[in-house]
Write a new protein. Sequence first.
Length: 179
Amino acid sequence: MALAQPTPLFTRETIETRVAELARRISSDYAGTGELLLVGVLKGAFIFLADLARRLEVPHRVDFVALSSYGAAGSTQGNLRLIMDLKTPVSGQHVLLVDDIVDNGSTLRFLHGLLAAHGPASVKSCVLVRKAKPRVAEVAPDYVGFEIPDVWVVGYGLDYGDRYRTLPYIAVFEPGQSA
Ligand code: IMP
Ligand code: MG
């Protein structure tokens, strides 16, 4: 069955330009610091991380973590649990967490805490999208692609009930659009 096509909020071109800008800033900030460890948060970050990493001009490795939040589709409430850990030891590494979106901030706070406990040289974070809303747990991301209002977005890795991730643009998901 065909999925309804949401209206773009950020086009493919706009995203590409912004990802390139983020990559330039990150490359300049980490120039000369050695190898960077990019830690992507599955599944949402896989497309953003792939595009960002290929534009970085500093040496880097890529690893992933996966979390489960017991949440229903469209919700980020619930307890976070690590369901896939890093393969790469974090000790002494400059770590850059890469996620698709900051909603209430619990994911970033959870992962910052987890990584910081393993003795990295530094931990920073980069998110493509940040929602403008009060956050229960503020760990301010160091790099932000786009600020949006408190709406549910899909595409470019972002899902609704695990669908729409591979749309090449970011769109607002309207309730009533069904999968
Ligand atoms: P937080 O812990 O509330 O900041 O939520 C972050 C996680 O919730 C992200 O990594 C996404 O997986 C998911 N999320 C939050 N808002 C959205 C959205 O608008 N679209 C898709 N996923 C979202
Ligand atoms: Mg996510």
